[in-house]
Design a protein around this ligand. Structure first.
Ligand code: FE
Ligand code: FE
Ligand code: ZN
Length: 271
């Protein structure tokens, strides 16, 4: 079982601190942003205590996943914003590799004033400009909030069919439920549908979150394990599904009164 959570990356320990945070949750996986998730200011990798962290990662056999900042928009109708996102992503892929990870989770983009189809075509074009690297890009299943692209499996498949290198998927339980896939009552049907449209082997990461909202709300509000509308049974079913046993599972549930809930929530999910 490979399970962990989102962790911070902050001074003075940077990546070493991130790894130790994961270890404090008894996790064997961690996901981090290479800087603040909501901006694109990045420190040089040299300043992030990478070598020291890599030793710990090896010693504890940890899986490291990186999440791209969510303000990138590869589908932006504004060409300048799009090319900024493309260039940032190119640099980010190098950082991911330097950190010793090979998975970058990406929110594909928002079509904004364009149609969904136009948005998807811009993402294809942008990803082709980013180009293939040693890092696997995992397109996150989105909630369909605002003008988010890729809240339907077919939309992810469209990217896969048109980008000229392989893409993968990060399956977020909260987002998928929020976008209208009823994991609670139609678990087998939904994964069968995913398999038919995309292929289960394309999933290289799971985000295990409950949802504050009901099915098809398109709101993207994560909830703690046992407190949301998906429920512990269904989340456990994903975590313990034999087909996904070797795939990293990352919790992104909210802090409770300023305290990270991950150690307890991981324990609950593994029980
Ligand atoms: Fe995400
Ligand atoms: Fe997520
Ligand atoms: Zn989310």
């Amino acid at each position: 079982m490979i399970i962990g959570s989102h962790v911070g990356l902050k001074a003075p320990d940077f990546l070493v601190g991130s790894v130790n945070e994961a270890l404090s949750y008894k996790a064997n996986a961690l996901m981090l942003y290479t800087g603040a998730p909501q901006n694109t200011l990045r420190k040089p990798i040299k300043e992030l205590k990478v070598e020291e962290a890599k030793e710990l990662i090896k010693k504890h056999n940890l899986t490291v996943v990186v999440h791209a900042p969510y303000i990138l928009n590869l589908a932006s109708p504004d060409e300048e914003k799009r090319s900024f996102s493309i260039n940032f992503l190119k640099q980010e892929l190098k950082r991911v590799e330097e950190i010793g990870s090979n998975i970058l989770v990406l929110h594909p983009g928002n079509h904004m004033t364009n149609t969904m189809e136009e948005g998807l075509d811009l993402i294809v074009d942008s990803l082709n400009k980013v180009g293939e690297s040693n890092v696997k890009i995992a397109i996150e299943t989105m909630a369909g909030k605002g003008s988010e692209c890729c809240y339907k499996f077919e939309q992810i498949k469209y990217l896969m069919d048109h980008v000229n290198y392989p893409l993968y998927v990060c399956f977020d339980t909260c987002h998928t439920f929020d976008s209208g896939y009823d994991l609670v009552n139609k678990y087998d049907e939904i994964f069968a549908e995913f398999d038919r449209i995309i292929g289960l082997e394309k999933i290289i990461c799971f985000h295990i979150n409950d949802s504050k909202n009901t099915l098809e709300s398109h709101k993207d509000r994560h909830e703690n394990i046992v407190k949301g509308n998906i429920g512990l049974d269904t989340l456990k079913r994903v975590v313990k599904d034999d087909r996904f046993i070797s795939i990293p599972k990352i919790l992104e549930t909210p802090y409770i009164d300023g305290v990270a809930p991950y150690k307890e929530e991981i324990e609950l999910l593994l029980k």
